[in-house]
Design a protein around this ligand. Structure first.
Ligand code: AMP
Length: 284
C-alpha cells in the first residue's frame, strides 16, 4: 500500500494509474477503521484497478466540539488493517491534514432543500454542509470513477448523490450494505466509546428496527409503530431515543405509500450517539 500525505503526492501516484486507463475507486472515511469500512474497500477493490482510501476527521461536519475532540484517531492501526488486506498493493491511503483540506476557510453553502432539514439534519445543524464541503473537496482531489458510501449513513448517501448532481461531478456513487456486529449493532467508530454492557445491550436498536418491520406488516400505521418503537428503546435505562422516523426512502418525508419505507433511528447511550436504519420489506 502507498501512502499519500498531500494532494500533490496523491496526484503524482494517480497519474500513472490514469495513463493506463485504469479505474479508480474511492472510499472516504474518518478513520478508526472497522469491518464496515473494510467492506467498502473490498467492494471498491472488486470493481476498480486502484482504490484510494482517505482518512481525515473533518472538523466542519461536527456540530459539537466535544464530539470532534473525542472522535477516535487510530492512524497506525488503520494503516496496519489496510496493509494486511488482500490486494493491498492496489491501495493508496490518502491522509491529508487541515492545511491540505482547508488552506482557506470553506464558506460554501449548499441548498439540499428538505433533505437536509429532517432526521440528522434536524438534530445536527450544519452537519451536512460540512459533509458536502469535505466530500466535494475530496472528490475533486481524487477524481475517482466511482465512490463508495455506507448505507449506515443513509441520509448522507442521499445528500452526496444530490451534491454530485448539483456540482456536475463526474463520479458514480455506490451504496454499500450495513455491516453489523454479531449482536446486530451497526458497526461504528463510536462503538469503541461504549462500555461492554452498553455495547452488548445496544443490540436493542437493531432488534427494535426489525420488530418495527413486523409491526408494520401486521398493521401498517407508521405513527403508532414509531411510538411503540420509541417506547421499547426508552424503557431500557441505558438508552434514550433522539428520533425514530418511518419515512419514504427517497425523499425522507412521511408518506402514505407503503412500498418504499425506511426506518431511521438515533439513540444516545450516555453521550455516545448511535445511528442505524432499516429498509422495510412489507411485501409478504
Ligand atoms: P465514517 O468513517 O464513519 O465517516 O464512515 C466512512 C464510510 O464508511 C461512510 O460511507 C459510512 O457510511 C461507511 N460505514 C461506516 N460504518 C459502516 C457500517 N457499519 N457498514 C457499512 N458502511 C459503514
Amino acid at each position: 500500500m502507498k501512502i499519500a500525505p498531500t494532494v500533490d503526492v496523491l496526484s503524482y501516484m494517480l497519474d500513472d494509474v490514469r495513463k493506463n486507463h485504469c479505474c479508480i475507486g474511492f472510499v472516504p472515511t474518518m478513520g478508526a477503521l472497522h469491518a464496515g469500512h473494510l467492506s467498502l474497500v473490498k467492494k471498491a477493490q472488486q470493481e476498480n484497478d486502484c482504490v484510494v482510501v482517505s482518512v481525515y476527521v473533518n472538523p466542519t461536519q461536527f456540530n459539537e466540539p466535544g464530539d470532534f475532540n473525542r472522535y477516535p484517531r487510530t492512524l497506525e492501526q488503520d494503516i496496519l488493517l489496510l496493509s494486511q488486506m488482500e490486494g493491498a498493493e492496489q491501495l493508496v491511503l490518502f491522509t491529508p491534514d487541515d492545511q491540505q483540506m482547508y488552506p482557506e476557510p470553506d464558506r460554501r453553502t449548499f441548498d439540499f432543500g428538505k433533505l437536509e432539514q429532517v432526521l440528522e439534519g434536524a438534530f445536527r445543524p450544519g452537519h451536512f454542509r460540512g459533509v458536502a464541503q469535505v466530500v466535494s473537496k475530496l472528490l475533486m482531489m481524487v477524481k475517482p470513477d466511482v465512490a463508495y458510501f455506507g448505507q449506515k449513513d443513509y441520509q448522507q448517501l442521499l445528500i452526496i448523490r444530490k451534491m454530485t448532481e448539483m456540482l456536475s461531478l463526474p463520479v458514480q456513487i455506490v451504496s454499500c450494505p450495513i455491516i453489523r456486529e454479531a449482536n446486530g449493532l451497526a458497526m461504528s467508530s463510536r462503538n469503541e466509546r461504549l462500555n461492554d454492557r452498553e455495547r452488548q445491550e445496544a443490540s436493542l436498536i437493531y432488534e427494535t428496527l426489525r420488530i418495527s418491520e413486523a409491526w408494520m406488516k401486521k398493521d401498517p400505521a407508521p405513527g403508532q409503530v414509531r411510538e411503540r418503537a420509541i417506547q421499547r428503546i426508552n424503557e431500557h435505562p441505558l438508552f434514550r431515543v433522539e428520533y425514530f422516523e418511518i419515512v419514504d426512502r427517497n425523499s425522507l418525508m412521511p408518506t402514505r405509500n407503503m412500498t418504499d419505507l425506511i426506518a431511521c433511528v438515533a439513540v444516545f447511550a450516555r453521550d455516545v450517539r448511535l445511528i442505524d436504519n432499516w429498509i422495510y420489506d412489507l411485501s409478504d
